[in-house]
Design a protein around this ligand. Structure first.
Ligand SMILES: NC(=O)c1ccc[n+]([C@@H]2O[C@H](COP(=O)([O-])OP(=O)(O)OC[C@H]3O[C@@H](n4cnc5c(N)ncnc54)[C@H](O)[C@@H]3O)[C@@H](O)[C@H]2O)c1
Length: 343
């Protein structure tokens, strides 16, 4: 018996949906959703929706797909895809993913961040749970084999008990820190976040009308329920460090390098480098899409399910609330309508 091929419909036929691989000609594993489906023997793109006719025409030519729509709801109703991939800009994610779940899409890939406010995130979580949808948010380091290698080493006790985690990069909140906070959480096996302190750059403290029309840069310190502290350093090339009581792990240069240091002997506080094997590259987008298929077939949760995506969106918005109130914020976030526009 051959494996079922899952029919994928993409909403938003721009960079992430279709063309981003053009920007990285030297990059081997596929990046866009369409290219990742082409590389997969479990996925086939059967339809696409975009309000821009030129994007639809380009998509048809690139991928040989002729079921094209300007209305994504009509696409879902007519094509009844196994999977919907929401690849539009940030402010449309929640509405489109919610509607896709309500229209009965069994599997949903949704670009990050999933929402601009907790009101939107709550509605999306409800729709996904009520319709039994399998959901992955495209926080791609969670689906990157190199970060899995680091997470497995931490699980195996290679650095002892984790005590602190650090993220290095200057970045904005719902476009960037949703990635950094998700990765810190993933490396620790997703303990709940209890509280967060944060500060936004160059933004009026009051956040007028409880709404920001741009996605601000910021920094944070947060505490996980297992007592591990996390913080951000607003500089560096997307690096992550996990400090344990027996050593430390540092992921260099946006995941391309991994350094393990271990204390030598029981009493020593001198850490020495330990060689680490390099894992073969695999497309994180393809991994994320195929994880939905495998979760469906194996009857297990996905690796980036709605519960985690919802919780970590709440953490990001609580960072802004901390800035607004000038104090540390405990979760859950009371201010559900705080809205941050992001692209
Ligand atoms: N995970 C990653 O590494 C990564 C990389 C790039 C982009 N992204 C994310 O992907 C998302 C899309 O970014 P992009 O750079 O591909 O944007 P883009 O502007 O290139 O593409 C978005 C497309 O959505 C279309 N669109 C707008 N409104 C629509 C509607 N109502 N119905 C159907 N289509 C509509 C636009 O016409 C456009 O073609 C963003 O959230 C971005 O953060 C993620």
């Amino acid at each position: 018996m051959t494996d079922k091929i899952y029919r994928v419909a993409i909403i938003g036929l721009g960079r992430m949906g279709s063309t981003i691989d053009d920007e990285f000609p030297e990059r081997a594993p596929p990046y866009s959703v369409a290219a990742s489906c082409l590389a997969s023997d479990r996925l086939q793109v059967v339809a696409g929706a975009d309000i821009d006719a030129a994007k639809r025409a380009d998509f048809a030519e690139r991928w040989g797909v002729d079921a094209l729509y300007d209305d994504y709801v009509e696409m879902i109703r007519k094509e009844a895809p196994d999977m919907v991939a929401v690849c539009t800009r940030g402010h449309l994610h929640a509405e489109m993913a919610t509607k896709s779940a309500q229209e009965g899409a069994p599997l949903i890939f949704c670009e990050k961040a999933i929402a601009c406010s907790m009101l939107e995130a709550d509605a999306l979580r409800n729709a996904v749970e009520e319709n039994g949808t399998l959901f992955n948010s495209a926080v791609l380091r969670r689906f990157d084999v190199r970060y899995h290698q680091a997470r497995d080493m931490i699980r195996n006790g290679d650095i002892g008990e984790p005590q602190a985690v650090v993220h290095y990069a200057g970045t904005n909140l719902l476009h960037g820190h949703i990635h950094s906070i998700d990765t810190l959480s993933f490396l620790l096996d997703d303990p709940r976040v209890e509280s967060i302190w944060g500060e936004l750059n160059s933004i009026d403290h009051r956040i007028p009308d409880n709404r920001l029309g741009e996605d601000p840069y910021g920094i944070f310190q947060l505490t996980f329920a297992n007592g591990v502290a996390a913080s951000s350093v607003p500089s560096g090339n997307w690096e992550f460090e996990v400090l344990g009581d027996r050593g430390s792990l540092r992921m260099f240069n946006n995941g391309t390098g991994l350094q393990l240091r271990q204390f030598q002997g029981n009493r020593s506080r001198i850490a020495a480098d330990v060689p680490v094997e390099q894992v073969p590259e695999y497309s994180a987008t393809q991994f994320c899409l195929e994880d939905l298929v495998l979760a469906h077939e194996e009857g297990r949760p996905t690796l980036g399910p709605i519960g985690i995506a919802h919780h970590l969106t709440e953490v990001c918005l609580a960072l802004a609330e901390s800035h607004r109130q000038g104090r540390r914020i405990s979760l859950p976030l009371e201010n559900r309508s705080l809205y941050i526009f992001h692209r």
